[in-house]
Every structure is written in C-alpha cells, then in structure tokens.
Design a protein around this ligand. Structure first.
Ligand SMILES: [Zn+2]
Length: 249
C-alpha cells in the first residue's frame, strides 16, 4: 500500500455517465440540466453523455446545452416496436449519440431477443450502447458478456464496472478481457485498486470516467480514480481520451 494523499487530476474530462431528472423512491436524487452543466464546469468536464427515462427531457436539455451535453436514448425493450421507433427517432432525428439500457429497471436480460432490434439499430447508426451493471438477476457482467459476444461490432460500455460487489467487479474485468468491444466505466465502483487492475488487464484504452451524477458526487468519483496510482498519461486516457475515441464525445 502506498501511503500518500492523492492529488486531484485537474485536466479536461469527459463524463460517460450523467443524468438529469428526478429519481424518486429509494434514490431521492434529482437535478436539472442547468445544475449539471454548472457542476461540470467545477470539475473541468467538457462533455457528458446524458440519459434519463424521460427522453423528451433529455432532448430539451441537449438542445439547450448542445456544447456540453450529448443525448443517449433510454428505451424499455419490452415496449417492442415503440422502443425501436423511439431509438430510431432519437438517433436519426434528434442526433442522439448512443443508447442506454438498464436491464434491472426494465427487467430483462441483456442478451434477450427483445434487445436485438435495438442493437441492430446501434450497429447501423454506429453508436455505443451503455448498459447498467452490478445487480442480480438482470444486470450481471457475465450476461452483458453474452450480448457483447453476439454483437462484436458494437461498442458496449459496462456502466459501474460491476458496481459495489467485489465478485461482480472481478467479473466485469474478466468479461471485458474476453470481449474487446466492452469498455468499463468507473462510477459507483468503490475500489480504487480495481481501476488500476482494469487498466493493466483489460487495457489502457478501455476504462473511462463516469460520475453517475446526481447519484454520485463527481469529487468522490474523480478522487477514486486519482487514488489508483496511475501515471499522468493514463489519467488523461481514463478522464478524456478513451471516451473521446470510443464514444465520439
Ligand atoms: Zn446512472
């Protein structure tokens, strides 16, 4: 163990995972697009991938803050044709740049056939698919691996890289090692040491910063990465270059 107070990385950042809107029930967090953009400025975040279940709210936010916010469409695959049309409209007409899936919230397995039309649209439009990970039974890393294996040409961002459970964090790293179209996003994952391990084992180009604001405070998410013992050029990759290249942000 290295005994030292980590220095915060002040360089330019891209946030691969941010929200606006109101998350009630157990979560009890909310934010507006103005608040998010103000928060981004405090941490030198120049772009954020933005998603919320109310896609119309995201569309308005992206229209208002087109320099800072990039829309990802968040469908419920159980909606069938309606979900497909939403994805199509968002990618083609609203110029959203990615798709977000939350298998736990919408109760489906990542590799379920209901997801395939959405993945095929992602392939056609050449956009990444960001998927929540870390909660059984629907959003475990192994299941995301099954989807990644079936859609090798699609960039898949495994949000939270396994989240709070050590076994799932390890599975996220192991699964990403098997499928090179999987990228790991760090928000809400508690272990700084696993960020360094992921950089070494998965690859320096396949780990990226996300805040999951307003669920998490960027200061905590940023400082965890800064505590991982990475070199300056590795920090530049994780905070900016990897998302810039892989997600076109
Ligand atoms: Zn989130």
């Amino acid at each position: 163990m290295k005994v030292a107070i980590p220095k915060r990385y002040e360089g330019t950042k891209i946030d691969a995972h941010a929200h606006i809107g109101k998350f009630g029930s157990w979560a009890g967090v909310e934010s507006t697009s103005d608040e998010l953009v103000e928060q981004m400025r405090l941490y030198n975040v120049v772009k954020s991938a933005l998603f919320y279940t109310d896609n119309e709210l995201v569309r308005q936010a992206v229209a208002k803050h087109s320099k800072e916010l990039v829309g990802y469409v968040w469908p419920n695959p159980h909606d069938g044709e309606r979900a497909f049309q939403l994805v199509r409209t968002a990618l083609r007409d609203w110029k959203f740049k990615g798709i977000k899936l939350h298998p736990l919230v919408h109760s489906f397995l990542p590799n379920d056939e209901i997801v395939y039309p959405i993945m095929e649209e992602a392939m056609k439009e050449k956009v990444p698919v960001a998927i929540h990970s870390g909660h059984p039974p629907f959003s475990l890393p192994w299941s995301i691996g099954e989807l990644a294996e079936n859609f090798k040409d699609i960039t898949i961002v495994m949000l939270h890289m396994g989240h709070g459970h050590g076994v799932y964090i390890q599975a996220a790293i192991n699964t990403a090692r098997r499928f090179d179209n999987i990228y790991l996003e760090t928000s809400g994952m508690p272990m700084h040491s696993k960020i360094k391990e992921a950089m070494e084992l998965v690859g320096e180009d396949r780990v990226m910063y996300g805040s999951d604001s307003p669920f998490h405070e960027p200061a905590v998410e940023i400082d965890r990465i800064c505590s991982a013992g990475l070199k300056e050029d590795q920090l530049r990759k994780i905070f900016y270059e990897n998302a810039h290249k892989a997600l076109g942000l």
